[in-house]
Design a protein around this ligand. Structure first.
Ligand SMILES: Nc1ncnc2c1ncn2[C@@H]1O[C@H](COP(=O)(O)OP(=O)(O)OP(=O)(O)O)[C@@H](O)[C@H]1O
Length: 347
Protein backbone atom coordinates (compact mmCIF):
# COMPACT_ATOMS: atom_id res chain seq x y z
CA UNK A 1 0.00 0.00 0.00
CA UNK A 2 1.38 3.43 -0.88
CA UNK A 3 1.00 6.76 0.95
CA UNK A 4 -1.52 7.84 -1.69
CA UNK A 5 -3.91 5.02 -0.68
CA UNK A 6 -3.95 6.07 2.96
CA UNK A 7 -6.77 7.94 4.57
CA UNK A 8 -4.77 10.42 6.66
CA UNK A 9 -6.74 10.06 9.86
CA UNK A 10 -7.48 6.33 9.71
CA UNK A 11 -5.07 4.83 12.27
CA UNK A 12 -5.88 1.33 11.05
CA UNK A 13 -3.95 1.58 7.79
CA UNK A 14 -0.27 2.15 7.18
CA UNK A 15 1.65 2.43 3.90
CA UNK A 16 5.01 0.69 3.38
CA UNK A 17 6.81 4.04 3.60
CA UNK A 18 4.97 4.75 6.82
CA UNK A 19 5.84 1.37 8.33
CA UNK A 20 9.53 2.02 7.63
CA UNK A 21 9.19 5.50 9.09
CA UNK A 22 7.34 4.16 12.17
CA UNK A 23 10.04 1.55 12.67
CA UNK A 24 12.65 4.27 12.94
CA UNK A 25 10.59 6.28 15.44
CA UNK A 26 9.47 3.46 17.72
CA UNK A 27 10.51 3.85 21.36
CA UNK A 28 12.73 0.89 22.35
CA UNK A 29 12.22 0.92 26.11
CA UNK A 30 9.42 1.58 28.59
CA UNK A 31 11.20 4.74 29.75
CA UNK A 32 11.14 6.14 26.19
CA UNK A 33 7.48 5.20 25.72
CA UNK A 34 5.35 8.33 26.22
CA UNK A 35 2.07 8.28 28.20
CA UNK A 36 0.02 5.21 29.28
CA UNK A 37 1.64 5.66 32.71
CA UNK A 38 -0.56 3.05 34.35
CA UNK A 39 0.14 0.38 31.74
CA UNK A 40 3.85 1.17 31.81
CA UNK A 41 3.95 0.77 35.60
CA UNK A 42 2.05 -2.53 35.42
CA UNK A 43 4.32 -3.87 32.71
CA UNK A 44 7.48 -2.79 34.44
CA UNK A 45 6.42 -4.70 37.54
CA UNK A 46 5.55 -7.82 35.56
CA UNK A 47 8.87 -7.82 33.68
CA UNK A 48 10.97 -7.08 36.75
CA UNK A 49 9.28 -9.84 38.79
CA UNK A 50 9.84 -12.35 35.97
CA UNK A 51 13.50 -11.33 35.66
CA UNK A 52 14.03 -11.71 39.43
CA UNK A 53 12.61 -15.22 39.31
CA UNK A 54 14.41 -16.01 36.05
CA UNK A 55 11.21 -17.16 34.34
CA UNK A 56 9.36 -16.16 31.17
CA UNK A 57 7.04 -13.19 31.80
CA UNK A 58 3.29 -13.96 31.95
CA UNK A 59 1.22 -13.74 28.77
CA UNK A 60 0.05 -10.19 28.03
CA UNK A 61 -3.05 -8.98 26.19
CA UNK A 62 -2.90 -5.45 24.76
CA UNK A 63 -6.34 -4.04 24.06
CA UNK A 64 -7.24 -0.71 22.47
CA UNK A 65 -7.90 1.20 19.27
CA UNK A 66 -5.35 1.06 16.42
CA UNK A 67 -2.21 3.20 16.42
CA UNK A 68 -1.85 3.61 20.20
CA UNK A 69 1.34 1.58 20.53
CA UNK A 70 0.45 -2.10 20.87
CA UNK A 71 3.12 -3.33 18.45
CA UNK A 72 5.61 -0.95 20.03
CA UNK A 73 4.86 -2.36 23.49
CA UNK A 74 5.25 -5.95 22.26
CA UNK A 75 8.68 -5.05 20.91
CA UNK A 76 9.55 -3.38 24.20
CA UNK A 77 8.57 -6.53 26.15
CA UNK A 78 11.07 -8.54 24.08
CA UNK A 79 13.75 -5.86 24.23
CA UNK A 80 13.46 -5.16 27.97
CA UNK A 81 13.48 -8.86 28.86
CA UNK A 82 16.35 -9.57 26.46
CA UNK A 83 14.37 -12.17 24.50
CA UNK A 84 13.90 -12.75 20.78
CA UNK A 85 10.60 -11.69 19.21
CA UNK A 86 8.46 -13.56 16.68
CA UNK A 87 5.72 -11.58 14.99
CA UNK A 88 2.52 -12.95 13.51
CA UNK A 89 -1.10 -11.90 13.17
CA UNK A 90 -4.58 -13.39 13.51
CA UNK A 91 -5.40 -13.20 9.78
CA UNK A 92 -2.20 -15.17 9.00
CA UNK A 93 -3.32 -18.04 11.28
CA UNK A 94 -6.23 -19.55 9.42
CA UNK A 95 -5.69 -23.18 10.47
CA UNK A 96 -4.51 -24.88 13.64
CA UNK A 97 -1.54 -26.14 11.58
CA UNK A 98 -0.36 -22.54 10.95
CA UNK A 99 -0.18 -21.97 14.68
CA UNK A 100 1.39 -25.39 15.39
CA UNK A 101 4.20 -24.54 12.94
CA UNK A 102 4.92 -21.27 14.76
CA UNK A 103 4.65 -22.66 18.29
CA UNK A 104 6.80 -25.72 17.64
CA UNK A 105 9.63 -23.59 16.24
CA UNK A 106 9.84 -21.09 19.13
CA UNK A 107 13.16 -20.99 20.97
CA UNK A 108 13.06 -21.11 24.81
CA UNK A 109 11.80 -17.82 26.26
CA UNK A 110 10.82 -16.31 22.92
CA UNK A 111 8.15 -13.58 22.86
CA UNK A 112 5.40 -14.39 20.37
CA UNK A 113 3.41 -11.37 19.22
CA UNK A 114 0.04 -12.06 17.59
CA UNK A 115 -1.54 -8.86 16.27
CA UNK A 116 -5.32 -8.82 15.71
CA UNK A 117 -5.55 -11.99 17.75
CA UNK A 118 -9.38 -11.86 17.58
CA UNK A 119 -9.13 -12.74 13.87
CA UNK A 120 -7.39 -16.08 14.38
CA UNK A 121 -9.16 -19.30 13.30
CA UNK A 122 -11.30 -20.91 16.01
CA UNK A 123 -9.37 -24.22 15.76
CA UNK A 124 -6.11 -22.33 16.36
CA UNK A 125 -7.64 -20.52 19.32
CA UNK A 126 -8.43 -23.84 20.95
CA UNK A 127 -4.88 -25.07 20.38
CA UNK A 128 -3.60 -21.91 22.03
CA UNK A 129 -5.41 -22.64 25.33
CA UNK A 130 -3.23 -25.66 26.10
CA UNK A 131 -0.11 -24.02 24.67
CA UNK A 132 -0.49 -20.97 26.91
CA UNK A 133 -1.26 -22.97 30.02
CA UNK A 134 1.00 -26.02 29.80
CA UNK A 135 3.41 -25.19 26.93
CA UNK A 136 2.09 -28.22 25.13
CA UNK A 137 -0.07 -28.90 22.08
CA UNK A 138 -1.84 -31.96 20.72
CA UNK A 139 -1.25 -32.59 17.04
CA UNK A 140 -3.79 -34.66 15.14
CA UNK A 141 -2.21 -37.29 12.92
CA UNK A 142 -4.28 -39.12 10.29
CA UNK A 143 -7.94 -38.66 9.42
CA UNK A 144 -11.34 -40.10 10.35
CA UNK A 145 -11.62 -43.06 12.71
CA UNK A 146 -7.87 -43.73 12.55
CA UNK A 147 -6.87 -40.22 13.64
CA UNK A 148 -4.76 -40.02 16.79
CA UNK A 149 -3.51 -37.09 18.77
CA UNK A 150 0.19 -36.82 19.46
CA UNK A 151 1.30 -34.56 22.33
CA UNK A 152 4.16 -32.17 21.61
CA UNK A 153 6.06 -30.25 24.28
CA UNK A 154 6.85 -26.61 23.49
CA UNK A 155 9.56 -24.29 24.74
CA UNK A 156 8.25 -21.87 27.37
CA UNK A 157 7.25 -18.62 25.68
CA UNK A 158 5.45 -15.36 26.40
CA UNK A 159 2.45 -14.61 24.24
CA UNK A 160 1.68 -10.96 23.62
CA UNK A 161 -1.71 -10.67 21.93
CA UNK A 162 -3.05 -7.41 20.54
CA UNK A 163 -6.67 -6.67 19.79
CA UNK A 164 -8.84 -3.71 18.91
CA UNK A 165 -11.88 -5.78 19.91
CA UNK A 166 -11.22 -7.40 23.30
CA UNK A 167 -14.94 -8.19 23.56
CA UNK A 168 -14.67 -10.58 20.60
CA UNK A 169 -12.16 -12.86 22.35
CA UNK A 170 -13.68 -15.98 23.90
CA UNK A 171 -13.46 -16.00 27.70
CA UNK A 172 -11.22 -19.09 27.92
CA UNK A 173 -8.62 -17.27 25.80
CA UNK A 174 -8.94 -13.96 27.63
CA UNK A 175 -8.61 -15.71 30.99
CA UNK A 176 -5.28 -17.26 30.05
CA UNK A 177 -3.52 -13.92 29.83
CA UNK A 178 -1.80 -13.04 33.12
CA UNK A 179 -2.32 -9.37 32.45
CA UNK A 180 -4.51 -7.25 30.18
CA UNK A 181 -3.36 -3.73 29.34
CA UNK A 182 -6.10 -1.37 28.22
CA UNK A 183 -4.53 1.37 26.13
CA UNK A 184 -6.24 4.76 26.24
CA UNK A 185 -6.23 7.62 23.76
CA UNK A 186 -3.38 10.04 24.53
CA UNK A 187 -3.76 13.45 26.15
CA UNK A 188 -2.65 16.45 24.10
CA UNK A 189 0.35 17.05 26.37
CA UNK A 190 1.50 13.45 25.71
CA UNK A 191 1.05 13.86 21.96
CA UNK A 192 3.14 17.01 22.14
CA UNK A 193 5.94 14.88 23.62
CA UNK A 194 5.48 12.20 20.92
CA UNK A 195 5.67 14.89 18.22
CA UNK A 196 8.60 16.75 19.74
CA UNK A 197 10.55 13.50 19.96
CA UNK A 198 9.66 12.50 16.39
CA UNK A 199 10.51 15.95 14.98
CA UNK A 200 13.86 15.86 16.75
CA UNK A 201 14.62 12.41 15.32
CA UNK A 202 13.67 13.68 11.83
CA UNK A 203 15.92 16.74 12.15
CA UNK A 204 12.79 18.87 11.68
CA UNK A 205 12.53 22.12 13.64
CA UNK A 206 8.86 22.71 14.50
CA UNK A 207 7.73 25.71 16.58
CA UNK A 208 6.09 24.83 19.91
CA UNK A 209 2.73 26.34 18.91
CA UNK A 210 2.85 24.39 15.64
CA UNK A 211 3.45 21.17 17.62
CA UNK A 212 0.43 22.04 19.81
CA UNK A 213 -1.72 22.52 16.72
CA UNK A 214 -0.83 19.07 15.33
CA UNK A 215 -1.34 17.49 18.77
CA UNK A 216 -4.88 18.90 18.86
CA UNK A 217 -5.78 17.41 15.49
CA UNK A 218 -4.44 13.87 15.73
CA UNK A 219 -7.34 12.16 17.46
CA UNK A 220 -5.38 11.16 20.54
CA UNK A 221 -3.35 8.73 18.40
CA UNK A 222 0.47 8.68 18.04
CA UNK A 223 0.30 7.00 14.62
CA UNK A 224 -1.78 9.89 13.28
CA UNK A 225 0.47 12.43 15.04
CA UNK A 226 3.52 11.05 13.24
CA UNK A 227 1.62 10.86 9.96
CA UNK A 228 0.47 14.50 10.12
CA UNK A 229 4.02 15.50 11.01
CA UNK A 230 5.27 13.86 7.81
CA UNK A 231 2.73 15.77 5.72
CA UNK A 232 3.73 19.02 7.45
CA UNK A 233 7.36 18.28 6.63
CA UNK A 234 6.41 17.79 2.97
CA UNK A 235 4.62 21.11 3.06
CA UNK A 236 7.60 22.86 4.65
CA UNK A 237 9.89 21.34 2.02
CA UNK A 238 7.78 22.53 -0.90
CA UNK A 239 6.41 25.84 0.40
CA UNK A 240 8.59 26.73 3.37
CA UNK A 241 11.54 28.31 1.60
CA UNK A 242 15.07 27.62 2.87
CA UNK A 243 15.92 23.95 3.18
CA UNK A 244 12.45 22.95 4.41
CA UNK A 245 13.62 21.89 7.86
CA UNK A 246 11.48 24.41 9.76
CA UNK A 247 7.69 24.65 10.26
CA UNK A 248 5.65 27.32 12.00
CA UNK A 249 1.97 27.50 12.95
CA UNK A 250 1.02 28.93 9.55
CA UNK A 251 2.51 26.04 7.62
CA UNK A 252 0.88 23.48 9.94
CA UNK A 253 -2.55 25.06 9.48
CA UNK A 254 -2.10 25.31 5.71
CA UNK A 255 -0.86 21.72 5.40
CA UNK A 256 -3.69 20.27 7.49
CA UNK A 257 -6.30 22.31 5.68
CA UNK A 258 -4.94 20.95 2.42
CA UNK A 259 -5.39 17.43 3.77
CA UNK A 260 -8.90 18.20 5.04
CA UNK A 261 -8.20 17.60 8.74
CA UNK A 262 -10.28 20.09 10.72
CA UNK A 263 -9.34 21.73 14.06
CA UNK A 264 -11.01 18.92 16.01
CA UNK A 265 -9.18 16.30 13.93
CA UNK A 266 -12.33 15.33 12.01
CA UNK A 267 -11.72 14.08 8.49
CA UNK A 268 -14.02 13.56 5.53
CA UNK A 269 -15.39 10.23 6.77
CA UNK A 270 -16.17 11.58 10.25
CA UNK A 271 -17.93 14.53 8.70
CA UNK A 272 -19.88 12.26 6.34
CA UNK A 273 -21.03 10.15 9.29
CA UNK A 274 -22.04 13.23 11.26
CA UNK A 275 -23.90 14.72 8.28
CA UNK A 276 -25.90 11.52 7.86
CA UNK A 277 -26.86 11.41 11.54
CA UNK A 278 -27.66 15.13 11.70
CA UNK A 279 -29.35 15.87 8.40
CA UNK A 280 -30.78 12.60 7.14
CA UNK A 281 -31.83 11.16 10.50
CA UNK A 282 -32.55 14.38 12.41
CA UNK A 283 -29.87 13.61 15.00
CA UNK A 284 -30.58 9.87 15.35
CA UNK A 285 -30.75 7.26 16.69
CA UNK A 286 -29.13 5.54 13.70
CA UNK A 287 -28.01 1.89 13.65
CA UNK A 288 -24.41 1.00 12.82
CA UNK A 289 -25.22 -0.87 9.60
CA UNK A 290 -27.47 1.90 8.29
CA UNK A 291 -24.66 4.36 8.90
CA UNK A 292 -22.07 2.15 7.20
CA UNK A 293 -24.23 1.67 4.11
CA UNK A 294 -25.07 5.39 3.96
CA UNK A 295 -21.41 6.46 3.88
CA UNK A 296 -20.23 3.46 1.81
CA UNK A 297 -17.78 2.20 4.44
CA UNK A 298 -17.30 -1.10 6.32
CA UNK A 299 -19.31 -1.31 9.55
CA UNK A 300 -16.10 -2.48 11.27
CA UNK A 301 -14.24 0.73 10.30
CA UNK A 302 -17.12 2.85 11.56
CA UNK A 303 -17.21 0.92 14.81
CA UNK A 304 -13.46 0.64 15.46
CA UNK A 305 -12.16 3.94 14.07
CA UNK A 306 -14.84 6.59 13.55
CA UNK A 307 -17.21 5.96 16.41
CA UNK A 308 -14.77 5.75 19.37
CA UNK A 309 -13.35 9.12 18.36
CA UNK A 310 -16.73 10.81 17.85
CA UNK A 311 -17.91 9.47 21.22
CA UNK A 312 -14.69 10.56 22.89
CA UNK A 313 -14.92 14.15 21.70
CA UNK A 314 -18.59 14.26 22.66
CA UNK A 315 -20.22 14.57 19.23
CA UNK A 316 -22.28 11.37 19.50
CA UNK A 317 -23.51 9.03 22.20
CA UNK A 318 -24.29 5.34 21.84
CA UNK A 319 -27.73 4.21 22.92
CA UNK A 320 -29.34 0.76 22.65
CA UNK A 321 -31.32 2.08 19.67
CA UNK A 322 -28.32 3.51 17.81
CA UNK A 323 -26.01 6.53 17.59
CA UNK A 324 -27.37 9.91 18.61
CA UNK A 325 -25.87 13.36 17.91
CA UNK A 326 -25.20 15.58 20.94
CA UNK A 327 -25.91 19.29 21.30
CA UNK A 328 -22.15 19.92 20.70
CA UNK A 329 -22.46 18.17 17.33
CA UNK A 330 -25.28 20.45 16.18
CA UNK A 331 -23.21 23.43 17.31
CA UNK A 332 -19.96 22.25 15.70
CA UNK A 333 -21.69 21.88 12.33
CA UNK A 334 -23.55 25.17 12.71
CA UNK A 335 -27.00 23.51 12.54
CA UNK A 336 -29.98 23.84 14.82
CA UNK A 337 -31.41 20.64 16.25
CA UNK A 338 -35.07 19.72 15.54
CA UNK A 339 -35.72 19.36 19.30
CA UNK A 340 -34.40 22.90 19.90
CA UNK A 341 -36.66 24.16 17.11
CA UNK A 342 -39.63 22.31 18.59
CA UNK A 343 -38.92 23.92 21.95
CA UNK A 344 -38.75 27.34 20.28
CA UNK A 345 -42.04 26.64 18.48
CA UNK A 346 -43.64 25.80 21.80
CA UNK A 347 -42.69 29.19 23.31
N1 LIG B 1 3.71 5.91 23.56
C1 LIG B 1 4.32 6.22 22.43
N2 LIG B 1 5.39 7.04 22.41
C2 LIG B 1 5.98 7.38 21.25
N3 LIG B 1 5.59 6.91 20.03
C3 LIG B 1 4.57 6.07 20.00
C4 LIG B 1 3.90 5.67 21.18
N4 LIG B 1 2.91 4.81 20.85
C5 LIG B 1 2.95 4.67 19.52
N5 LIG B 1 3.94 5.42 19.02
C6 LIG B 1 4.28 5.54 17.60
O1 LIG B 1 3.06 5.38 16.86
C7 LIG B 1 3.26 4.48 15.78
C8 LIG B 1 2.19 3.40 15.82
O2 LIG B 1 2.40 2.58 16.94
P1 LIG B 1 2.10 1.01 16.90
O3 LIG B 1 2.41 0.43 15.56
O4 LIG B 1 2.81 0.41 18.06
O5 LIG B 1 0.53 1.01 17.13
P2 LIG B 1 -0.46 -0.24 17.26
O6 LIG B 1 -1.36 0.04 18.42
O7 LIG B 1 0.30 -1.52 17.26
O8 LIG B 1 -1.30 -0.13 15.94
P3 LIG B 1 -2.00 -1.35 15.18
O9 LIG B 1 -2.98 -1.92 16.14
O10 LIG B 1 -2.63 -0.66 14.00
O11 LIG B 1 -0.89 -2.28 14.79
C9 LIG B 1 4.70 4.01 15.89
O12 LIG B 1 5.47 4.71 14.96
C10 LIG B 1 5.19 4.41 17.22
O13 LIG B 1 6.50 4.92 17.09
Amino acid sequence: MSDADIDLTNPDLASEAELAFEGALRPRSLSEFVGQARVRGQMQLLLTAAAMQQRTPDHILLAGPPGLGKTTLAMIVAHESGRPLRMSSGPAIQHAGDLAAILSSLVPGEVLFIDEIHRMARSAEEMLYLAMEDFRIDIMVGKGAGATSVPLDLSPFTLVGATTRAGLLPNPLRDRFGFTAHLEFYAESELQQVLTRAARMMGFDVDAEAIDEIAGRCRGTPRIANRLLRRVRDYALVHGGGDGTHADLGSVKAALELYDVDPLGLDRLDRAVMQIILTRFGGGPVGLNTLAVSVGEEAETIEAVVEPFLVRIGLITRTPRGRVATREAWEHFGLSSPSAEAQLDGL
